[in-house]
Design a protein around this ligand. Structure first.
Ligand SMILES: C[S@@+](CC[C@H](N)C(=O)[O-])C[C@H]1O[C@@H](n2cnc3c(N)ncnc32)[C@H](O)[C@@H]1O
Length: 387
């Protein structure tokens, strides 16, 4: 895996987040290089610039290296991206004094004069991001969007025109192109959340545009719901909660428990919180907070006083466009670290992902609770130290 980023006169050493991971993936791609090359060649002045969807900081660190006074507004929905950008700034001894951090729902500052963006895979999320930009960008503002050439077609350019302004694509370089979109100054309304119900559990779910399982229950989640663990639980983590479906059901089954929802996506956390409230899951016979919501990379920053007796997990098997099992690994390791003795991790996964091998290595035990042709539900217990 190469870590040396070199474009024009900008040299950086860049790592994915977390830096130590058992994957051979690079922290940037050719579309990042193309965007930086484009900015250099057009001799862009260091005006107030929003950087959107920068995976691990290639764009943010390159502009900061080029001109440490360049004012940046960095918007990301993924906590791992924000942490990765901070890590790479620090690693390359670059200051973050001129950086304003935003998540995918924060109000964007009206001072933005230029936008640099990576094309997200999810086009509903892209439309949402463009609508957000339409609310603050003056007419005539330039938005550069870097993407693989094969992702750029007539309907993408039409989508950009519909949600922000006319767009044209550059020539291809290293199989990527840079789209130049010029905002038309027309303000668009933000999209409505998608809402669907799970009648068998009397739950109504709403999802913001970048949340997993956009308009129906995930099939892995469904088999998990049909095979929730038996027992009494007081403190439960829904790890990689998405819209919160597993944690919401857990509260119905274990009404005295406190549920901790954790996800890398800020929109997921916002949706889980909304779904908790909408489904009236607070137990009126209890006092105090019965749910907490954390925008985080796995359980990195979960309060040390939280010692769950159950962790529910439907792990992701990709990060951005890359297929990887390192997040599942980290989720299992974090669950083992945080669980109290005797506590259990309850996992759903595609059979072929062979999570049982990982769980056995970490927990020294693993039981198959249920399976069908495609999915398997596994349970591992944190054994008391004396046993
Ligand atoms: C397969 S989805 C499961 C969502 C939901 N629990 C369900 O069953 O429908 C995996 C979730 O893990 C989240 N995720 C990915 N990387 C993560 C990380 N490093 N830390 C926490 N959550 C992460 C994703 O945003 C996504 O919501």
């Amino acid at each position: 895996m190469t870590t040396q980023f070199s474009v024009a006169d900008i040299e950086l050493e860049l790592y994915r987040y977390p830096a130590k991971q058992e994957s051979n993936l690079q922290a940037w791609d050719a579309a990042d290089e193309h965007l930086i090359k484009h900015i250099q060649e057009s001799q862009q002045h260091p005006v107030s610039t929003a950087i959107i969807n920068d995976s691990f900081g290639a764009l943010s660190t390159a502009l900061t290296k080029h001109n440490p006074d360049w004012p940046l507004i960095i918007e990301t929905d993924a906590k791992t991206s924000q942490l990765g950008i901070k890590q790479n700034l620090q690693h390359n001894q670059l200051s973050s004094d001129n950086i304003q951090w935003c998540n995918s729902r924060d109000l964007l500052p009206v001072s933005i004069e230029l936008v640099l963006m990576k094309l997200p895979k999810n086009l509903n999320y892209l439309a949402h991001q463009l609508d957000r930009l339409s609310q603050i960008l003056p007419k005539g503002t330039t938005i550069y969007i870097g993407a693989k050439a094969k992702s750029i077609n007539k309907s993408l350019l039409e989508l950009l025109a519909k949600h922000l302004g006319t767009a044209t694509a550059s020539l291809t370089w290293k199989k990527t192109r840079v789209i130049t979109c010029i905002s038309d100054g027309i303000v668009r309304a933000l999209p409505a959340e998608t809402r669907w119900s799970v009648p068998e559990y009397q739950l109504t779910i709403s999802n913001l545009s970048n949340v997993f399982a956009a308009n129906k229950l995930d099939i892995g989640a469904r088999i998990m719901l049909e095979n929730m663990p038996k027992g009494e639980f007081n403190s439960i983590v829904d790890l990689g909660c998405g819209n919160g479906i597993l944690g919401l059901r857990a509260k119905q089954l274990y009404p005295t428990a406190t549920i901790h929802f954790v996800d890398d996506s800020e929109m997921a956390i916002a949706s889980a919180r909304k779904n908790w409230q909408f489904n009236h899951l607070d137990n009126s016979s209890l006092e105090g907070e019965q749910a907490s919501f954390h925008w985080d990379d796995c359980l990195t920053h979960l309060d040390e006083n939280v010692c769950p007796d159950l962790v529910l997990c439907n792990p992701p098997f990709h990060q951005g466009e890359a297929i990887t099992d390192h997040i599942a690994w980290q989720m299992f390791l974090d669950a083992f670290r945080k669980l109290k003795e005797g506590g259990i991790l309850h996992v759903v996964g595609n059979r072929h992902l062979a999570y049982h091998v990982k769980l056995k290595r970490i927990f020294k035990n693993c039981t198959t609770v249920a399976s069908n042709g495609k999915f398997v539900i596994l349970q591992a217990q944190k054994m008391p130290k004396s046993s």
